[in-house]
Design a protein around this ligand. Structure first.
Ligand code: NDP
Length: 328
């Protein structure tokens, strides 16, 4: 019997009084989208209580099928889960349309948290299609200037209205917000500050300045891509493997611990069901070990989720950049 604590037992407080589970199962589109159903079932049976999905992923339907089965079998009750979805920049103008579609696919009456996926506006149809509108030359068609525009704020106001006037969302938040974008948003919030800012966080991308600024404002950073996404580059770091050996856990669990031990929920994804089940322990890394992991990212920061519109958002450390650009 292992004496290592379980990440699935940890919950963090949010500013609105909710508790968010420290470990969530990611559902971004794998090659085989229907396989997400079994991944979610496996995760919930293994103890995960947060499920992270998005309108954009095309997997909500399979998350919904998994939930139906889990509820019918009595594995878990709806209120024991924390379900997060997101609306995409192609529906920035109508988050209510997005959540209506999401709830139908998820077979739910409400989600626990709805995030604005990116603070940017695309010019698409009223149904949100195409999801990434391109002109004939292959350039993205924005509905607003991605650097100086303010439609992301108008969009957030609609999210606030959804929270105020409907029962479809229990909380609202943001994702992929740099500090300059967040400063702009905070100056314009009507009543409900975001409770979460979901960002790429791992030892190669610590983003301490963003985590600090969010903490100062009572916004909890949640971390996606904890092993650096496809190819899992974080798992190739010798220090991660040394720590896994020391604590007799998997390198994935060391990556989660790097986030969770600093109060950042971790959202791993894998299509390997065994890996889902064995990715739940929380090795008690010392302060010094966490600092050593952090230093790897300070010395050689690298962002692995490189969406073409990301640079305009003031996010830093894109592949090939020498150093940061502040957008203040
Ligand atoms: P992860 O860091 O979780 O990496 C997933 C990848 O790592 C998969 O390709 C997986 O392959 C591989 N992997 C994991 N463990 C191992 C291992 N031990 N050996 C080899 N390969 C391994 O990143 P994701 O980018 O998938 O992000 C996780 C979740 O975060 C998403 O599903 C989504 O829910 C959320 N997210 C949110 C974003 C946002 O904009 N808000 C953006 C990106 C992600 P395999 O399947 O073969 O195990």
């Amino acid at each position: 019997m292992s004496s290592i604590p379980l990440a699935t037992d940890i919950y963090f407080n949010l500013s609105n009084g909710q508790k968010i589970p420290a470990l969530g199962v990611g559902t971004s589109p794998p090659d085989n989208k229907p396989a997400v159903k079994e991944q979610v079932i496996t995760a919930v049976k293994a103890g995960y209580r947060q499920i992270d999905t998005a309108w954009y992923y095309g997997t909500e339907q399979y998350v919904g099928e998994a939930l139906k089965e889990l509820f019918e079998e009595g594995v878990v009750k709806r209120e024991e889960l924390y379900i997060v979805t997101k609306y995409w920049p192609s529906l920035y103008n109508n988050p209510e349309e997005s959540i209506n579609q999401s709830l139908k696919r998820l077979q739910l009456d409400y989600v626990d948290l709805l995030l604005q996926h990116y603070p940017v506006a695309f010019k698409s149809g009223p149904d949100g299609l195409p999801v990434v509108p391109l002109d004939e030359a292959g350039n993205l068609i924005y509905d607003d200037d991605p650097v100086t525009g303010n439609k992301f704020i108008e969009s957030y106001h609609k999210l606030e209205d959804l929270l105020e006037n409907t029962t479809k969302v229990k909380a609202i938040g943001i994702s992929n917000y740099s500090n300059p974008k967040l400063r702009k948003l905070l100056a314009a919030v009507k009543k409900h500050k975001p409770v979460v800012n979901q960002l790429e966080v791992h030892p190669l991308l610590p983003q301490q300045d963003i985590i600090d600024f969010n903490n100062q404002n009572g916004i909890r950073v949640a971390g996606f891509s904890p092993v650096g996404s496809g190819g899992a580059p974080v798992l190739k770091l010798p220090l991660v493997n040394q720590l896994a050996e020391k604590y007799n856990v998997s390198p994935n669990e060391v990556a989660n611990a790097y986030l969770i031990l600093q109060g950042v929920p971790s959202l791993p994804r894998t299509s390997n069901l065994e890996r889902i089940k064995t990715n739940i322990r929380l090795p008690p890394l010392t302060r010094e070990e966490r600092d050593q992991l952090y230093q790897l990212g300070v010395e050689n920061p690298e962002r692995f989720i490189n969406e073409p519109w990301g640079r305009g958002l003031g996010l830093k450390w894109f592949k090939g950049d020498n150093l940061s650009v502040e957008f203040d």
